[in-house]
Design a binder for this molecule. Structure first.
Ligand code: GLU
Length: 304
């Protein structure tokens, strides 16, 4: 498969669409990002990198961080985690409060904000400085040290995190947060503010494409079962309230963020990441979703 030629073809096909959609502006620091960016990268399990456009420009990974915090929370808790977080698609917006009331403070899945707040709580219990531990994991997965969280973005989100705060206090009222809410919110906002580029992220998810073994070193970081569960959750819950449509049109496990990034993976083969900040109403990158749809159509690679 000539992935480089394929990425160039996808980039060309998408030029008319790049810039469309709405940049997330409810986090003030993200409002100024140009919607004109487009980058895409494929990293094969043998480490070969293919990249186009802005694939090496760092961006705010936002909810893609939920993937990394889930990896770590599963490492900490194993299957006991599922007593505190469900694994069903929510059918509600990612920041909805109503479901928590009906379901007694057990978030539907780890990829909605409520679920990720529980993951952040698990990490606050386990690590003195959880954001450092999460950044360390991203460095290990990406294979280099130059990954950080953006303090301005973290502060901007923390200063305006009223809805996430409401959710966290609500979860706490049901006994499903162990640590003080402000501490959990600080950690959560810092995880979301990590910056990585498409090559870093595509390489990072080769862990999941390789069923829990880091391809670069051969080190097993997740059990086979845990890797399978994370991939399943990405497929069913990874792309907001459009996960069904995404499975229909793309057919790969994927996780998106409001920074405009989407990571996906082809099991046994490669990690993929696309970034374009203009979002569709679903919250998924508009050009990014189309790029992944072209990717599976043109390669014939999907999990189905
Ligand atoms: N930090 C964002 C929030 O909590 C993450 C949203 C996202 O990327 O889905 O609202």
């Amino acid at each position: 498969m000539d992935y480089q030629a394929l990425l160039e073809q996808i980039h060309d096909q998408l030029r008319p669409v790049i810039g469309q959609g709405q940049v997330a502006n409810y986090i003030p620091e993200l409002a100024g990002v140009s919607p004109q960016h487009f980058g895409m990268a494929v990293v094969q399990l043998d480490g070969t990198v293919h990249a186009v456009g802005d694939a090496r420009v760092p961006f705010s990974i936002q909810s893609i961080s939920k993937l990394f915090t889930l990896v770590m929370a599963l490492q900490c808790e194993g299957d006991a985690l599922w007593q505190r977080v469900g694994r069903e698609p929510s059918g509600n917006p990612f920041n909805s409060l109503v479901q928590l009331e009906r379901e007694s403070g057990i978030p539907r899945n780890p990829f909605i904000n409520a679920g990720a707040l529980v993951l952040a709580d698990v990490l606050c219990t386990r690590y003195a400085v959880p954001e450092t531990a999460v950044v360390d994991l991203t460095r290990k997965l990406a294979g280099h040290e130059d990954i950080h969280y953006n303090r301005r973005v973290a502060k901007s989100e923390r200063d305006t995190a009223h809805r996430n705060a409401a959710m966290a206090y609500f979860i706490k009222s049901f006994g499903n947060l162990r640590n003080p809410v402000p501490q959990v919110l600080d950690a959560y906002c810092r995880h979301c503010a990590i910056e990585m580029n498409c090559v870093d992220l595509a390489r990072a998810v080769t862990l999941l494409a390789h069923h829990g073994v880091l391809p670069r070193t051969g080190e097993r970081l997740l059990s086979l079962g845990a890797a399978k569960r994370i991939n399943a959750l990405m497929l069913t819950c990874g792309t907001y309230d459009a996960a069904g449509d995404f499975a229909f049109s793309v057919g790969l496990p994927a996780k998106s963020g409001v920074g405009g990034g989407i990571v996906a993976l082809v099991p046994g083969e490669c990690g993929v990441c696309v970034w374009s900040p203009g979002l569709a109403p679903s919250g998924n990158s508009l050009a990014g979703s189309l790029a992944l749809e072209h990717f599976t159509t043109l390669t014939g690679r999907s999990i189905f």
